[in-house]
Design a protein around this ligand. Structure first.
Ligand code: CP
Ligand code: NVA
Length: 308
């Protein structure tokens, strides 16, 4: 297995599946009150350059839950903010900690840290990808609807970091994916092209939300303006209007369809309050599963490093 988790396309179907299956086991163990202490004596650093509620707290809770320790490092409080090169930070942190979990802007930033770090680097969201989130989302899909290869899974809205990681997951794990994005707001072209070449089931990009959602089993939505795109927020409200997941649009999906939202949600923009709070929405199970999935990731990656 790769030493770093910075994009899903570096992994096989079996490797991704085994992380999800392990997360399900760890979730059940937690429910049964089993003590989990496989990372006692281990420490991770969370280096975050963007806000976070779920990813930060679920990684911290996961690490503490496995008996380990966490150092949270807002990038602006490090010497990076005064010009220290990333490659120096990577080669310093790897002397102190057993893994570096990073949330930042450019994918090239986590790639550079991974190039220099001797300990695993985990991508906790970049402008291009949100790989750990998609693994816990697939876990939620399996729990609520069964095997993804038997389902119509739909992405509605912006072709953002979440969409790109869903595309890579679909191609690596062999399930189909239908995306509907406004013209000019599609996913990363290289990500889509490479995934389509590798895919066993169709990955389809549409521009009509009604066509995409018809007979869907799983409907994914996310904010229309991601972190870093705040100045486009107003303009996007108009462009994305017809992609809002409301009761009428959801009625085109299968009646038993589930709705996923990675949160935070902007109510009455990409999703209505009624749908977010409705019986079909599994967003809060999804949020919980981040913690179990992050335990599986930490257990798998941190256990490979030598004790300091
Ligand atoms: N879903 C997600 O990544 O949420 P946060 O931005 O709160 O971490
Ligand atoms: N696409 C969103 C996801 C937030 C978890 C963003 O990058 O802001």
């Amino acid at each position: 297995m790769n030493n770093h988790l910075i994009a899903l396309n570096n992994f096989s179907r079996q490797q991704l599946q085994s992380l999800i299956v392990r997360a399900m086991v760890l979730k059940q163990e937690s429910r049964n009150g089993k003590r989990q202490d496989q990372l006692v004596g281990r420490t991770i650093a969370l280096v975050f350059d963007k806000p976070s509620t779920r990813t930060r707290v679920s990684f911290e809770a996961a690490m503490y839950g496995l008996g380990g320790q966490v150092i949270f490092i807002p990038t602006k409080e490090t010497q990076l903010s005064r010009g220290e090169p990333l490659k120096d930070m990577a080669r310093v942190l790897d002397r102190y900690v057993d893994a570096i979990v990073m949330r930042t802007h450019g994918q090239e930033i986590v790639e550079e840290v991974a190039r220099y770090s001797k300990v695993p680097v985990i991508n906790a969201l970049t402008d291009l990808y949100h790989p750990c989130q998609i693994l816990s989302d697939i876990m939620t899909v399996i729990e609520s609807k069964g095997a993804p290869e038997n389902l119509k899974i739909v992405w509605l809205g912006d072709g953002n970091n979440m969409a790109n990681s869903w595309i890579e997951a679909a191609s690596c794990m062999g399930f189909g994916l239908t995306l509907a994005c406004p013209e000019g707001y599609g996913p990363d072209e290289t990500v889509l092209e490479q995934a389509m070449k590798k895919a066993k089931k169709p990955i389809t990009l549409l521009h009509d939300p009604v066509e995409a959602i018809t007979n869907a089993d799983v409907v994914n939505v996310d904010v229309w303006a991601s972190m870093g795109q705040e100045d486009e927020q107003q303009k996007r409200l108009d462009i994305f209007k017809s992609f809002q997941l409301n009761k009428e649009l959801l009625a085109k999906a299968n009646p038993s369809a589930v709705v996923l939202h990675c949160l935070p949600a902007h109510r009455e923009e990409e999703i209505t309050e009624e749908v977010l709070e409705g019986a079909q929405c599994v967003a809060f199970d999804q949020a919980e599963n981040k913690m179990h999935l992050h335990k599986a990731i930490l257990e798998s990656f941190v256990c490979r490093t030598k004790n300091k």
